[in-house]
Design a binder for this molecule. Structure first.
Ligand SMILES: NC(=O)c1ccc[n+]([C@@H]2O[C@H](COP(=O)([O-])OP(=O)(O)OC[C@H]3O[C@@H](n4cnc5c(N)ncnc54)[C@H](O)[C@@H]3O)[C@@H](O)[C@H]2O)c1
Length: 354
């Protein structure tokens, strides 16, 4: 087991900034180095008194680094993770685990062979409001959940019309693999990890190819055309008969700017999470009927919190204390398998059995 202080490196400085903020809350961690090809990476390294490297391989060659956060474009997750594990580092990889199940499987196998922690950053699952709903479900208050609708819909939120996000090879897909993976993760986590048995999905690209509905972005840019979907919808059949509807878009003529959430329908009650434009107050409602049949909507006052800080806390505890590495790479792989099946279902115009 690695001993404190844990010396970490962060590769990539977009969401990598949130990882730095998380590590900075940990008394047993030193941020030793940050790698990145952009000015942001140099600035971030400077603000934490860390060394800066350009290419990720330079950081991985440093023997004093015990663990790394992999915060690079999706297409590099497998490559950088495999190199990091080969260099003897523990790895926390950003979502999605990988572009394909084959890539994901190679990452899990490499972590096992190297006997290192591999964990995934599903930060939204760690939100305090999602954790609250999890507790309500585990208390039995909602009964058996037989249907859920999980979604992340944006009106004009393509993350940079010339960014790596719209390049199929670098991203693996559009909003489904980017935002949908979070909402699939939250749904499967809250529903108790039922096994997905079949998916029926459709994808659309109505605005991206016309150069419309992009966000102002400082993301890494790429040459070339818009190659991924800008809206996806999927019906996922789960073992035991429950179903999940998953909807996601970066661009649509929808009602809200940025709107994510989930509605869970149980035999004894329901629960809703809705986060509009990242507004974090009163995001949860619980629905049930009183004995006399009166419908009740409960609006708990949940303190906003969780997210990356909790993911990083779990990663550090897994390395230093042998605590469970949650959210697990196995969960990451299961989500990748469903998303891959959704893309195949859309391409082939039929249901895909898993
Ligand atoms: N969990 C979340 O809420 C969340 C939010 C945003 C992004 N992400 C994920 O984080 C990852 C990065 O997304 P982003 O928005 O930060 O992208 P970004 O374009 O803003 O940043 C990418 C970073 O990777 C660096 N990089 C690229 N190639 C490199 C190389 N060869 N060596 C070293 N550094 C390299 C770039 O210099 C840059 O700093 C993606 O997988 C994305 O899905 C997660």
């Amino acid at each position: 087991m690695t001993t404190a202080p844990l010396r970490v490196g962060i590769i990539g400085s977009g969401i990598g900034r949130s990882h730095a903020e998380g590590y900075a809350t940990q008394s047993r961690v030193t941020i030793a180095a940050i790698a990145g090809l952009d000015e942001r990476s140099k600035t971030l390294a400077g603000s934490y008194g860390a060394r800066h490297y350009g290419e990720y391989a330079e950081l991985l060659a440093q023997p004093d680094i015990d663990a790394v956060s992999v915060c690079v474009p999706n297409g590099l997750h497998a490559e950088v993770t495999l190199a990091a594990l080969a260099a003897g580092k523990h790895v926390l990889v950003e979502k999605p685990l990988a572009r394909t199940p084959a890539e994901g499987e190679s990452m899990l196998a490499a972590a096992k062979a190297a006997d290192k922690i591999l964990m995934i950053s599903f930060n939204h699952r760690q939100r305090s409001d999602v954790q609250y709903i999890k507790q309500i479900i585990e208390s039995g208050r909602l009964g058996r959940i037989y249907y859920a609708k999980s979604y992340w819909m944006r009106r004009a939120g393509i993350p940079g019309i010339n960014s790596w996000f719209v390049n199929k090879n670098m991203a693996g897909g559009g909003p489904l693999i980017d935002l949908g993976v979070h909402m699939l993760d939250i749904a499967m986590y809250l529903m108790g990890e039922p096994t997905p048995v079949a998916v029926n999905a459709a994808t659309y690209a109505e605005f991206g190819p016309r150069g419309q509905k992009g966000m102002n972005s400082v993301r890494q840019t790429v040459e070339g055309k818009y190659e991924v979907e800008d809206l996806a919808t999927a019906m996922i059949r789960l073992d035991g008969g429950a179903t999940l509807q998953l909807e996601t878009s970066w661009a649509s003529h929808g009602p809200n700017g940025d709107d994510f959430g989930i509605i869970l329908y149980g035999t004894e009650g329901g629960a809703e999470l809705q986060v509009v434009d990242y507004h974090n107050v009163k995001t949860v409602r619980i629905f049930y009927d009183e004995a006399n049949g009166t419908p009740v909507d409960l609006v708990p006052n949940i303190k906003p919190g969780g997210g990356h800080v909790d993911v990083i806390n779990n990663f550090v505890a897994a390395i230093l204390d042998g605590a469970p590495a949650i959210p697990s790479a196995e969960d990451g792989l299961r989500r990748t398998q469903v998303i891959d099946a959704c893309y195949r279902s859309s391409a082939e115009g039929r249901e895909i059995r898993l």
